[in-house]
Write a protein that binds this ligand. Structure first.
Ligand SMILES: [Zn+2]
Length: 97
């Protein structure tokens, strides 16, 4: 018997909280350009951009993934458009230093 194992639990890159995304529950988003999940709260808290001094991990991650780092006029990293996570995505994040 084959179950449709739809993955709906994801870990927010920022607060490392588990959020449900899918099955009509969208507590967060996947940011394809960055390859991370972000919960709605973090997205709202950083609506005008990620402060690189507060979120050094983001800068490290983008460097690790060779993503171009662009700051806005306020020196913040704007969070790209998000969407649904790819099915069965396995996050490959750099190890914490
Ligand atoms: Zn979060």
């Amino acid at each position: 018997m084959k179950h449709d194992e739809e993955q709906i639990f994801y870990v927010c890159f920022y607060v490392r909280a588990t959020v449900s995304i899918g099955r009509y529950v969208y507590e967060g988003q996947y940011i394809p350009a960055w390859g991370v999940n972000i919960c709605n709260k973090c997205r709202q808290d950083n609506w005008n951009g990620i402060d690189p001094t507060e979120h050094e991990r983001t800068v490290q991650l983008l460097k690790y993934r060779s993503v171009p780092i662009k700051f806005n006029a306020k020196g913040l990293l704007e969070i790209p458009r998000g969407g649904s996570p790819p099915p069965n995505s396995k996050e490959a994040l750099p190890a914490d230093s």
